[in-house]
Design a protein around this ligand. Sequence first.
Ligand SMILES: *Cc1c(COP(=O)(O)O)cnc(C)c1O
Length: 381
Amino acid sequence: MRIPVFLPHIGIETAKAAVDALELGWLGMGSYVGEFETRLAEYLELRGRQVVAVNTGTSALHLAMLVAGVRPGDEVLTPSFNNIGDIQAIKAAGAEPVFCDIDEGTLGIDVEKAEPLVSPRTKAVIGMDYDGIPCALEALEAMAERHGIVVIHDAAHSLGTRVNGRTMGNFGDITVFSFDPVKLITCIDGGALVVDSEEKVAALHRYRLLGMDQSAERMYANNRAWTYDVADQGFRYHLANLHAAIGLTQLARIDEFIASRVRACRHYNTVLADVEGVITPQTNFDDVAPFLYYIRVLDGHRDALIDALKAAGVDTGIHWIPGHRFTFMQNARRGDLSVTNRVGSEILTLPLHSFMDLETVDQVANAVRIALPALRRSAAA
Ligand SMILES: *Cc1c(COP(=O)(O)O)cnc(C)c1O
């Protein structure tokens, strides 16, 4: 049996909620979307901030750029080691990404190396928490404040993580989440923003609904007005009821999902600790809600290990190919990217699922323990 990298958990409660939402007779944005926003805000223990749901994490990032005031000709700092959606969102706003390096320990933004890249055109900086392990969020906030730029916190991997008791959604200026098919919780596709003012909420309500100033309250009553104004550019980025209904059932079980993933990640860390040529995550996952489990494969053996694991029935992934390597971004301004380049050729995602049993973790770890020494021996010979 092949072991997949991701395996979304779709329980009977999710399937039932989807059927209920289909039978409601209101398929567009409606009551479930309002409820999903309310439940997510409660889960995040937001302090004076609000949630706006949209149809994907990438849409959320695009709208984050717009409410951050990012306009054509501006620059946005981002780690090159990031999801391509972040970089496309910068481009969609007409701005240019400026690539900075990552910190070897967290694999999140290296704030000290990023700061000298700030220019008069810089409008915002993206901090992203790789694998749910928080990047240097407090240092990032301080750096952004020194330069008067906006912190967009991409917490697509870190829903459920805490830093000194503070939940994600309470850092930076704008937070973005994704509920795509493989994320910790899924809406099949979905996303959300957390913002700190009524004006931003109102702007997001218009942006996500083709610029229409429809009252969200009315939409959430499964109703709509046929008089509205359109005063600005808008997009079709709203979340549909079906997706919100699915997300609600997933959110209800998030603590179980996280606990089971933490257990699997700790077991991986233990059984892979002594494997030569492997670096495991430098955390024991306290307060971390893991999205994936990664290792770094040293000495150029990553790609051969992918093939060997595939032959052993273990699927793997690469998160990510650094952004500056893509044709579309080849001319983007950048700082020193030495850690990104090294990590980008070493990083390997191993299978991690909610409720993954420890025997399956052992099976994957054993495949690594058998394949990697053989590759290292034949390279040394
Ligand atoms: C998944 C992800 C995104 C994009 O979200 P989608 O919902 O897939 O559009 C952005 N950033 C990070 C870090 C992600 O993991």
